[in-house]
Ligand binder design. Structure first.
Ligand SMILES: Nc1ncnc2c1ncn2[C@@H]1O[C@H](COP(=O)(O)OP(=O)(O)OP(=O)(O)O)[C@@H](O)[C@H]1O
Ligand SMILES: [Mg+2]
Length: 505
């Protein structure tokens, strides 16, 4: 094999079990140097596991790893870093109170004598960020950076440690469309300078736009490897899921009826006097989906949390079926049929150490018949949990497992199942399909439409413009805590709505 074609990394026959679960089943993977390689597959297919093995987080039960042609055993991230590998996780691991430079040198400090040579490190950070077009101020505090910038810091950190191969696990799930464009430019630049990139993502359009080669995984196995020019979204979708997938939302026109939710002049001012929400008024009728478009951080989260009863507004009124519910807490609202699918499934959605059965009753456990006279009705809970896990295709379908052992997308499916099962009048849903595979996106979209058609009012927040425009019957745009306009999702152009989202006219 000549030097040009020698893979940067090769994995042969990698197998990994977690108890009964065969997460990786004899995986073979060769990644050509200076290329961008996408790994795709359903939730739970084993994508994160195979990359965590490469990065030394997990050790494989069987198989071999070659880096630049030499067989290596990688027993910790430290050993992976020494071999020129770097990984950016979906959940960033930065210290908010420290600066960019301080974060980057944590654990890798160049020292002069005993003192850390901050100046030298800072200069090096600046040099790397210029070389790769990462545009980051080395002295900025992490807490003051946007999510997209924080991600660049994570990339810088791997480069600072000398990474020649970067692994990115769902890097765009948390980015705005603009940030995704910037990120792609950075990744292409890295490739042009000889870096090798492995990216895990559920977004087929990104895979097609960015990668050179694609590996498709299903049930722990590699089920397809192809060059990107030979791929189409349809082909990839059916390889991933093993059937045809509807890549477009199909729905009948809405039949809006009586007003379910009315919000009047809602305001929220934080302790520093900053207005997170100002004069927000809106109406959602039974039988319609109202989408809120906007760049994340423009008040959507606060609005949904107020409506769900998790936060009190500074001013304004919330009416559910004409009744003021301002004073009701989240549990009381749930009893009136308000479902909430939160954006942050770790903080608000699940108790990770608890089993799926317990998680399936969170927030509804005081409702009959789940709560018997004194004891929770275990038999009913187990039956219900089993039914939800089947109906929503949560994998593996074992209600005794801890929520933390589910893959990210399967955690999301469990939350959606639990919330939808209360037969809601009003569904508050934030980022319903973040991190979820295309089969599950299709399923969740169908469910939302089914509930709409049965008379639920749906308020949808999503960072995915596609999702907002295809699912919503009406769309309003939020910017800087205000509603800046309403658009027709059938006719509005991406440019027009994008301009509104960023504060243009
Ligand atoms: N630490 C763990 N303990 C037990 N089971 C695990 C653990 N990590 C992963 N698994 C299981 O291994 C399988 C593969 O999980 P993995 O996280 O690799 O999936 P994934 O392809 O990354 O999915 P997603 O797209 O949802 O992130 C799943 O069935 C998962 O439940
Ligand atoms: Mg994963």
């Amino acid at each position: 094999m000549s030097n040009e074609t020698k893979p940067a990394v090769e994995m042969r026959g990698i197998t990994k079990r977690f108890g009964e679960v065969l997460a990786n089943d004899c995986i073979n993977l060769a990644i050509p140097a200076a290329s961008i390689h996408a790994i795709i597959g359903e939730n739970g297919a084993g994508k994160s596991t195979i990359m965590n093995i490469l990065y030394g987080f997990y050790s494989a039960d069987e198989g071999e790893i070659f880096v630049d042609g030499d067989q290596r055993s990688i027993n910790s991230p430290r050993e992976a870093i020494a071999l020129g590998l770097g990984m950016v996780h979906q959940h960033f691991m930065l210290v908010e109170t420290l600066t960019v430079t301080e974060n980057i040198i944590l654990g890798a400090e160049p020292t002069t004598g005993i003192a850390i040579d901050y100046k030298k490190a800072r200069a090096r950070v600046r040099e790397i960020s210029e070389q790769y077009g990462l545009k980051i101020n080395p002295d900025a505090r992490i807490a003051d950076l946007s999510v997209g910038q924080q991600q660049r810091v994570e990339i810088l950190k791997t480069l600072y440690r000398g990474a020649r191969l970067l692994i990115l696990d769902e890097p765009t799930a948390v980015l705005t469309p603009q940030e995704v464009h910037e990120m792609f430019a950075i990744l292409r630049g890295l490739k042009a300078q000889g870096k090798t990139i492995i990216i895990i993502t559920h977004k087929l359009a990104e895979v097609l736009a960015l990668s050179d080669h694609i590996t498709v995984m299903r049930d722990g196995k590699v089920v397809g490897q192809l060059a990107t020019p030979d791929a189409t979204a349809e082909k990839l979708a059916s390889l991933m899921v093993g059937r045809e997938v509807l890549l477009r939302v199909e729905k009948a026109p809405a039949q809006p009826a009586a007003t379910t939710l009315e919000v009047k002049d809602l305001a929220l001012t934080d302790k520093q006097g900053h207005a997170a929400l100002s004069a927000v008024s809106l109406v959602v009728r039974s039988g319609e989906i109202l989408g809120i478009a906007g760049v994340e951080g423009n008040g959507q989260t606060e609005l949904i949390e107020i409506l769900a009863g998790l936060r009190a507004p500074s001013a304004g009124e919330v009416l559910l079926q004409e009744k003021n519910i301002n004073k009701l807490d989240a549990r009381q609202r749930k009893q009136l049929g308000v479902a909430h699918i939160p954006e942050d499934r770790h903080r608000r959605g699940l108790l990770l150490p608890f089993d799926l059965a317990s998680n399936s009753i969170l927030g509804v456990h005081r409702n009959a018949p789940i709560s018997g006279a004194i004891l929770l009705n275990q038999k009913f809970i187990a039956e219900r949990a089993n039914r939800l896990v089947q109906e929503y295709d949560v994998r593996p379908p074992n209600i005794a497992l801890a929520a933390k052992s589910l893959s990210g997308g399967n955690q999301q499916k469990l939350i959606v199942a639990r919330e939808m099962d209360i037969k809601p009048n009003l569904i508050l849903v934030s980022q319903p399909t973040r991190g979820v595979d295309i089969g599950a996106i299709e399923f969740i979209h169908k469910k939302i439409i089914e509930y709409r058609d049965n008379g639920a009012a749906v308020l949808l927040v999503s960072a995915e413009l596609d999702e907002i425009l295809s699912l919503s019957d009406r769309v309003i745009v939020m910017y800087d805590g205000r509603i800046v306009g309403e658009v027709d999702p059938k006719t509005v152009t991406e440019e027009a709505i994008g301009l509104m989202m960023t504060g243009g006219k």
